[in-house]
Each structure stands twice: as structure tokens, then as C-alpha cells.
Ligand binder design. Structure first.
Ligand SMILES: [Cu+2]
Length: 57
């Protein structure tokens, strides 16, 4: 089986938020609590084309 490692590396977070980056890992899950509303942008540090945003309301 072939597993790819990825990261969650934040590019921007709402003022007051400080969610930690998630280091390279594969086939894993993580529970993250978001307590500050707003838009969070992130990418994978290994694969620059992997970008996403997350809206906390
Ligand atoms: Cu990746």
C-alpha cells in the first residue's frame, strides 16, 4: 500500500486565532478545536498545489 504524507500549514487565520500547524503525517486523523470565527487558509508544505480554506461561523 502506498501512503502519502501531507501537512496542514496555515497561511492565514482570523485575528486572535492560533491553531498549530500539523506536521507531515500519513493515514492519520486529528481533532482540532476552532474557537475563533472567521476564514482559515492552509496548504500542504510538501505539495504546494494542495490549498484549502475553512470557514468557522
Ligand atoms: Cu500533501
Amino acid at each position: 500500500m502506498h501512503q502519502h504524507a501531507h501537512t496542514v500549514t496555515w497561511d492565514s487565520e482570523p485575528p486572535g486565532a492560533s491553531v498549530e500547524n500539523i506536521p507531515a503525517s500519513s493515514n492519520s486523523s486529528r481533532a482540532v478545536g476552532f474557537t475563533v470565527a472567521g476564514s482559515y487558509e492552509y496548504h500542504c508544505a510538501i505539495h504546494a498545489v494542495m490549498t484549502a480554506s475553512l470557514l468557522v461561523q
